[in-house]
Design a protein around this ligand. Structure first.
Ligand code: ATP
Ligand code: MG
Length: 439
């Protein structure tokens, strides 16, 4: 036998039991996006390295040490996307979506960062991204936060809280940057190697450091809030008023700077106390300068990215629901005539009850072994069809959970009988929309 090939570090397989949780999150998110008029976009996983260098910034963790970058066959440098915003804005510019237009979009998919893998931090991980471009805010800033809040609400997620801050304009930030540079220069001996490099390149990035030895020094640094320009302050106050009016609780965290260079004004992060140090579950902000930085016409924009692994961990931690995927009914088909008639009947029931999940036993094995599998499948009912049943034109329905009598059911009545036995929830489907109506 050959040697088994293991997956790469930080890259996970998602098995069916796990996928149920992801489907639930994705179903709810898609539903909420449709409620607010956000439309889906899909962009490539691989882009020119230059895109991320220019968009995310040279002095960020991502560009300095986390990108999966390699040369393609033509010798050009390409990078697996570490985040979606740069690609989405590149696509918006490439496809003429930014000039005098407004769009609200979302995308869902994998991102790649060469980080040290740990719980809630992987090398391939998934994000749900929402972006609105062509809007100055602050109304759209508030709406985007409401979209994320509604996703929590529909999933039933508690133990998340919202932190917000304003980074001001690039001009007001320049003044602050010099104040920070002076402060950290005075304490240069206490800085680590990363921070010393950032002191020259972009001292704001020092605030984003995860080195605990620097925490006290960072806590005593000058505050960006004291350097905000009047228009940014007004924008921030208006956002807070919108959130207050919508009943969304938040705290202003003047130290929140976010890991990417392209943000301006509004930044926010949903954090949880349930996942240890990987506490950010959804982060976002306004990036009014990005589109021009990428060669497009000036287009104000804002977006957020939700880390799906972390939200799924949180759903599991909180004991929330995953998508139901166990079969409602399991068809036990004993004998060649039953195998053929059974498949046909299962198709008829699927036509009549599209939301019902039916698993058919395709092994052609003995009835006892099939019953074992029926039980193990988690189905509520077994529909048994043997040669006798085919001859009589009538199946046996046997409850597998919660008692109840076995009963005969003519083939012609099968769909109706299953609908009444299994109940309306299954027959209506169990998507996010029904849940939403129920609240
Ligand atoms: P962190 O501070 O935890 O490194 P970040 O600031 O790098 O997060 P963003 O670039 O804003 O994160 O990405 C948005 C969201 O994606 C984060 O809030 C988090 O939920 C998730 N995320 C980021 N990096 C990873 C990763 N390596 N593995 C899993 N999820 C991640
Ligand atoms: Mg990070």
């Amino acid at each position: 036998m050959s040697e088994i090939i293991e997956p790469l570090r930080g890259m996970n397989d998602m098995l069916p039991d796990e996928a149920r949780w992801w489907n639930r999150l994705e179903t709810v998110a898609r539903h909420v996006f449709s409620q607010y008029g956000y439309r889906e976009m899909r962009v490539p996983l691989l882009e020119r390295t230059q895109l991320f260098k220019r968009a995310i910034g040279e002095y960020t963790d991502i560009v300095e040490k986390e990108m999966f970058t390699f040369e393609d066959r033509d010798g050009q440098s390409v990078t697996l996307r570490p985040e979606a915003t740069a690609s989405l804005m590149r696509a918006a510019i490439s496809n003429g979506m930014v000039h005098n237009q407004r769009h609200r979009v979302f995308t869902i998919g994998p991102m790649f960062r060469g980080e040290r893998p740990q719980k809630g931090r992987y090398r391939q991980f998934y994000q749900i991204d929402a972006e609105a471009f062509g809007y100055d805010g602050p109304d759209v800033d508030a709406e985007l936060i409401l979209v994320s809040a509604r996703i929590w609400k529909l999933l039933g997620i508690s133990r998340v809280r919202l932190e917000i801050n304003s980074l001001g304009t690039p001009e007001s930030r320049a003044e602050y940057r010099e104040a920070l540079r002076a402060y950290f220069t005075a304490h240069e001996a206490a800085l680590d190697a990363d921070s010393r490099r950032r002191l020259v390149g972009n001292p704001l990035r020092i605030l984003d450091s995860k080195n605990p030895d620097l925490a006290a020094l960072i806590a005593a640094a000058p505050l960006l809030t004291d350097y905000l320009d009047p228009a940014s302050r007004e924008h921030f106050d208006a956002l807070k008023a919108r959130l207050d009016a919508a009943g969304i609780g938040y705290t202003v965290n003047p130290r929140l700077v976010r890991g990417l260079d392209y943000y301006s004004r509004t930044v926010f992060e949903w954090v949880t106390d349930a996942l240890g140090s990987q506490n950010a579950v959804c982060s976002g902000g306004r990036y009014d300068g990005l589109v021009t930085q990428l060669g497009g016409e000036h287009t104000p924009a804002i977006g957020w990215a939700l880390g799906m692994e972390r939200v799924v961990l949180l759903m599991q931690e909180l004991g929330l629901e995953a998508c139901a995927d166990l079969p409602h009914a399991y068809f036990v088909l004993a004998g060649p005539a039953a195998a053929s008639r059974g498949l046909q009947l299962a198709e008829e029931v699927r036509d009549a009850l599209p939301a019902l999940r039916i698993e058919t036993d395709l092994t052609g094995g003995g009835i006892k072994a099939q019953f074992k599998r029926a039980d193990k499948s988690g189905a509520q009912l077994a529909v048994v069809i043997g040669e006798d049943e085919v001859a009589r034109g009538s199946a046996q329905i046997k409850p597998l959970r919660g008692g109840g009598e076995q009963q005969a059911c003519p083939f012609a009545d099968l769909a109706g009988r299953l609908a009444s036995l299994i109940g309306s929830a299954a027959v209506d489907g169990d998507g996010a929309a029904r849940q939403d109506r129920g609240r």
